[in-house]
Design a protein around this ligand. Sequence first.
Ligand SMILES: [Mg+2]
Length: 313
Amino acid sequence: MTATDKSHPIHLVVNPRSGYGGHKYMLNAFRQELSRAGLAVNEHTTRAPGDATDYARAISNTASAVIVWGGDGTAHEVAEGLAGSDVPLLVCPAGTENLLAKELRMPSEPRQLAEVLQDWQVAECDVGLVNGRSFLLIIGVGFDGEVVRRLSAARTGHISHLSYFWPVWRTFWEHRFPRLRVTADDEELFHDRGLVFVGNISRYAVGLRICRDAVFDDGLLDLVIFSCHEHSALVLHAAWTLLRRHPLKGNVIYKRVRGVRIESDRTEPSQVDGDVGPGTPLDISVAPRRIKLFIPTRTPWWQNWSWIGELSI
Ligand SMILES: [Mg+2]
């Protein structure tokens, strides 16, 4: 079966716990748009973590496309189930951050989302691998690994941007920057205290573009190493990253790589796509063009004005 075999059913995977109340209204509007376009979909509502992967894997031989209505976590679960198949995935921005949907410049308006499906333009996206587990977005080791570990330990339900405040604040004051050894493509690049990120896409939380130049289909991962011994240096790194000028700084290494190994004297936590990841040592690689994703063909008028497009997060 090929991706253009549209005689097979389209599936819609809905995570009812993603996003805010307004997204439920948007979901109804999206269903109406699909129906108006004459597109019949089989809908599946996820019930537990891992459910979306199992469902996607089960239909990967018989679907023509899968739509995911949820956040980055749900998109990743579905992608995991579809990886290596010809079935393309439509990622709707229905979560809190929607980093992948933003990277693909997916519209949020239901009619435009249905148009992306109708236009059927598909790109092949790389998938990152860390210690055998896949990721689509970005890995962090050091400071933000610790933030996500603390957030996860305190988590009681839906995560909003505000949920990060106390974990970031406490980690900022209590974190001791670990000594990390980073080897990329068999070359030792760094052996000092700091933070390391490895990204498949450019976007990070709250509009930061840590892996600023990352391209999701170039078969490479963007490695960013911030040398950092103290809190004040972290503030400066954050400021330069906000301005997207950090790759130009002397105490930052920015490199495109195929593989990375990150080691430390003691086990350091990592975050993988915003969830708690494995502790160091980490072996990171890339599986080129492993997942097919729908991309919009019609550019919104405001993105033609590059200065506005630059401001969009
Ligand atoms: Mg890349």
